[in-house]
Design a protein around this ligand. Structure first.
Ligand SMILES: Cc1cc2nc3c(=O)[nH]c(=O)nc-3n(C[C@H](O)[C@H](O)[C@H](O)COP(=O)(O)OP(=O)(O)OC[C@H]3O[C@@H](n4cnc5c(N)ncnc54)[C@H](O)[C@@H]3O)c2cc1C
Length: 393
């Protein structure tokens, strides 16, 4: 029965990852996360425990302190975290360290990798991801944060929104425009990527009050005259959009894995409640209207997991995996949303009570259908790139 709620891990090394990560997560129960959610306080203890276990560098190069494992192993780790009591908040605490540095790993210089990666892997530095802007939304090429060259520096002005963990972050991965869009051959040209200090003298961070995942903040970020050394530019000027695109597939895969974890946790709570709760003289789980949706959740989550593992295997073998990674993200978010909704309904009135935690899972899973890319944009991508239909965005 281990397939029911655990991440599927098909070899001893992957099983060992799952068990070791689970052992850390088990130290932080629902009560811990409920309190963090209620008080909107960052889970430093959890974050430190994951860092101390050496897990932040799971997919980073060995020469900088990482384990150099694949996206498959990272997905198993993140799914395990997603299925713990911390669900999406726990994942978001460490997510950026796992996937965020990908652009640095692939496009950074040796000097930059030696400077930036070890503190991220050790967990002594936190990073945040500054891509989304209020006036651009999903149309990233329309972002208006400007970086203007000034000798061996750039001066950056602009606004980012939804930047997660910016309250704690020491560093920010920042996508900016260096050449006005009207002077570029393609809208995707002229964007430049920086990884630099989040200098609070020139960056104001304002928290957004949101529906869930309150333990991990998201923010509006105001950048005003930030001077950044050209040494902090990742790769070539004008190619930042391509660098970000490179990391999209592994991010989709990890995000799918996290989301499946959340759905599995909700399903396991609902199943237990369906066995324990007696109404009309029998466990509510004896009613098909209770048990069938749960069986459906199990099937859909498993199917999403297999798509996720398939996309991860393609990525790790160097094969193209855009449609599979996108489909995995889409299927995982929908399956998990349904599972969390069903978990609330299975608990009846108690599903609405904080004490039973499924309402927290539900509030957190909502974000997985919106970010980092919405289900609509995924469908647009598959319609165009796989089915050959006209581009609609
Ligand atoms: C909890 C949370 C954490 C986040 N963390 C970060 C972070 O750390 N860093 C960061 O940079 N960003 C972050 N984001 C931002 C996230 O990536 C964006 O919210 C997401 O990309 C959607 O952009 P938007 O909100 O501007 O939606 P919009 O672009 O305004 O879209 C609104 C709606 O319209 C739909 N839509 C738009 N255009 C089309 C079209 N052509 N066809 C069909 N439908 C369309 C969208 O699918 C969506 O449903 C976070 C968001 C959330 C909610």
């Amino acid at each position: 029965m281990s397939l029911t709620f655990e991440p599927t891990a098909d070899n001893p090394e992957r099983l060992a990852i799952r068990d070791a990560v689970r052992a850390i997560c088990d130290r932080f129960d629902d009560e811990y996360w409920r309190e963090k959610d209620d008080t909107a306080s960052f889970p430093y203890e959890f974050s430190q425990a994951i860092a101390e276990g050496g897990w932040l560098g799971i997919a980073m190069p060995e020469e900088y302190g990482g384990a150099n494992l694949g996206v498959t192993e990272a997905a198993i780790m993140m799914q395990t975290i997603g299925s713990s009591a911390g669900v999406f908040a726990a994942c978001s605490t460490v997510h950026i360290n796992i996937f965020g540095p990908h652009a640095i790993v692939v496009h950074g210089s040796e000097e930059q990798k030696a400077r930036f990666l070890p503190p991220l892997i050790a967990g002594t530095e936190r990073a945040c991801f500054g891509v989304t802007e209020p006036d651009a939304g999903l149309d990233t090429t329309k972002l208006s944060t400007r970086a203007v060259r000034d000798g061996d520096h750039y001066v950056i002005d602009g606004r980012k929104i939804w930047t997660s963990t910016a309250q704690q972050a020491d560093k920010i991965l920042l996508l900016t425009r260096t050449t006005p869009i009207e002077d570029c051959k393609k809208p995707t040209d002229g964007l430049t990527l920086f990884y630099t200090d989040l200098d609070r003298n020139f960056i104001e961070v304002r928290e957004i009050h949101k529906m869930g995942r309150s333990a991990v903040n998201s923010n509006a970020v105001f950048i005003d005259g930030l001077r950044v050394s050209a040494d902090d530019r990742i790769g070539e000027e004008g190619k930042g959009f391509r660098y970000i695109l490179d990391s999209l597939n592994p991010e989709r895969i990890l995000n799918a894995a996290e989301t499946i974890g959340i759905g599995r946790r909700a399903l396991s709570k609902a199943t237990q409640y369906a066995k324990d709760r007696v109404v009309f003289g029998r466990p509510i789980g004896k009613n098909q209207s209770i048990q069938h949706p749960l069986a459906e959740n199990w099937s859909e989550l498993y199917a999403a997991e297999l798509m996720t593992l398939h996309a991860a295997a393609l990525y790790d073998s160097g094969a193209p995996c855009g449609p599979e990674a996108n489909a995995a993200k889409y299927l995982a978010a929908d399956a998990s949303f349904k599972a969390c909704d069903q978990a609330v309904r299975t608990h009846g009135g108690m599903g609405y009570a904080r004490e039973y935690d499924v309402e927290r899972y539900f509030r957190e899973v909502v974000a997985t259908r919106l970010a980092p890319v919405s289900r609509e944009l995924i469908l647009c991508h598959i319609a165009e790139r796989v089915l050959g239909l006209p581009k609609s965005y």
